[in-house]
Structures are given as C-alpha cells and as structure tokens.
Design a protein. Structure first.
Length: 314
C-alpha cells in the first residue's frame, strides 16, 4: 500500500487585482502553475524524494518569464539580475542556499547542490558561482534573463526613485515576486524550495527572506515544510517559517492554526504582507495570505488538483 504524498507550489503573493489581470496573462500563469505542480507530483508518484519534487516544480517556474525567479527575475539598479534560492530537506534538516547569483540559470538547482555536495548551508555571489563552476555548471549570460517588461519596470521605478516587489504595473503594482514548493514523499520526508529575483531597483546586494532558513524556507520531518512569499525584510524579522514550525512542534497546533496565527498575527501587525504555503507530515496543505491573492496550486493526497490566484477563489 502506497503511503500518502502531496505537493503545493506558489508563484508569489500580494495585491493581485482582477481589474489589471489580462485573460492572456492569467492563462499563462495558470498553465505554468499546472505544469509545475503536475511534474512535481509525477515524480512523487514514481517514488522520488520530496526534495527532487520540490526542486523540479520550482525549476519549471524559474524557466518561465511570468514569475520573478530565474528567467523572469527583476532587475537591480545596475540593470542586472541577482537571484536567491534555498532548499531544505526535512530529514536531518539538511539545507542549502545561494544569494546574489547572477549567472546561474536555475538557482534552485545550485541551492540543492550546496546542500548535497558541500559542507555549507549558504554561499553567496562570486563564491557561489565559483562552486557552481567546479560542479560543471554553464555560465549563463545576463542577456538570458533580460526582458523588455522588466527593463521598462526598472526605468519607471528609477524615475520615481523607489523599489518594488516585482510586478509593477503588470498585472498589478504590489505583488511579491517569489516562487516556491513544498512536498511530502512516499517515505514520509518533507521538503521545501524557494527562489526569487528579489525586488526591482534593489541596491547594495540586498537579500530577502527566500534563501534564509527559518525565514522564507523551512522543512522538518514529522512536522511541516514551508515556503514563504512577501515583504522579505519583515518575514526575516518575524522568522516566519520557523515560527510556524515551532507553534506546531511545541503548542501542538495544527497546520492551519499555526499558519494563520503567524501570517495574520505579528507579521501583519509589523506591516508585513504576503503569504505561505505549507504541508504537514500527513499531507495536509495550507495556503495562507494576508493580501488579495497568491499564485498557487496543489495536488493533495487524494490526487485532487487546484490552481488558484485570488484570495477569495474557492
């Protein structure tokens, strides 16, 4: 008898307005979410690990220009991409992360390699790319990541002298650009993976919560796996992912209670907007957000698929 397995993914949260979402854009986003969750689930069904399923799903979203990660990453004030990613395996709480990489096509793959093929947890910038080169990674030119959409967005924000969390004017002004996945495999292992291009017009090598274990990414066997998306600085200050896990571990709260307490509690009180996806040891899935929407999809332990965008989607 097969043990339960399930997967959930997200493509960012925030003020996602129906009035500014074109039908073409919505179809493209939903198609990418469907492809990512379906391929991750196929791996789980074939007996693959939760880590490999989560990484597979995130890689597909990184390869899409519709999400702020990998190919679709936003541009810094120097008109470059600087990407962050993390992977965590619930078994033994192994983790790997990279920050500020510029020439890696799929940062989530490199984060997994940091976890599996180094003695470290986080590598940054040139050091992370040196490690990648030793493993035989291709050097990806910045041209691969450049899109007119992101360049126009950068110019608009430079003119206003501000930064933005990804989807400026297309299809909305306040979407937090991150992609992520959480999974439970047939061996009972949990895993989480998160990847982001950060914020438009960012400076000084800014890093958000996505690659920080316990803030934007966390997995712990017999408990929960979490991937977050939102205002990175506040998610870091609130240690969102580890706080949810701690509430489940010590207070014995269920996944829905713990996620809601954190997302609608201190995070919101401190001005933090965004959401999380989470899956527990039984395969129960929770999508939590304190904003108007989150690109999200899942296939639960019964094989039921959902693809949603807005907070009020039922």
């Amino acid at each position: 008898m097969k043990k339960p397995f399930a997967i959930a993914i997200h493509g960012g949260a925030g003020t996602i307005l129906r009035s500014q979402m074109t039908e073409e854009m919505q179809q493209a986003v939903e198609q990418a979410l469907d492809q990512a969750v379906s391929q991750g689930h196929q791996l789980l069904a074939a007996g693959a690990s939760a880590v490999d399923a989560a990484v597979c799903a995130v890689k597909i979203l990184e390869d899409s220009p519709h999400f702020n990660a990998g190919k679709g990453s936003v541009l810094t004030t120097k008109e470059m991409v600087e990407m962050d990613a993390a992977v965590m395996c619930g078994k033994g709480r192994q983790a790997g992360a990279v920050a500020g990489v510029r020439h890696i096509k799929n940062p989530v793959i490199l984060a997994r390699d940091v976890m599996q093929q180094s003695e470290h947890v986080m590598l940054m910038g040139e050091g992370a790319e040196e490690f990648a080169a030793q493993l035989g990674y291709d050097y990806t030119e910045q041209d691969y990541f450049f899109t007119d959409r992101r360049y126009e967005q950068l110019l608009a924000l430079k003119a206003e002298g501000r930064v933005a969390l990804s989807e400026s004017r297309y299809p909305d002004d306040h979407k937090f650009g991150t992609v992520g996945a959480v999974a439970l495999d047939q061996n009972g292992n949990l895993a989480a993976a998160t990847s982001t291009g950060g914020i438009t017009n960012k400076r000084y090598g800014r890093v958000g919560d996505s690659p920080i274990i316990g803030a934007g990414t966390y997995a712990e066997n017999h408990n929960v796996a979490i991937s977050a998306t939102g205002m990175g600085e506040v998610f870091i200050r609130c240690c969102v992912a580890s706080d949810i896990a701690a509430r489940m571990r010590y207070l014995q709260e269920d996944i829905h209670t713990a996620c809601t307490a954190v997302i609608q509690g201190d995070l919101k009180t401190l001005g933090g907007e965004g959401g999380v996806i989470a899956i527990d040891q039984f395969g129960e899935i929770h999508f939590g957000m304190n904003c108007e929407g989150m690109y999200r999809s899942c296939i639960d332990i019964h094989g039921r698929k959902q693809v949603k965008i807005y907070a009020d989607d039922v």
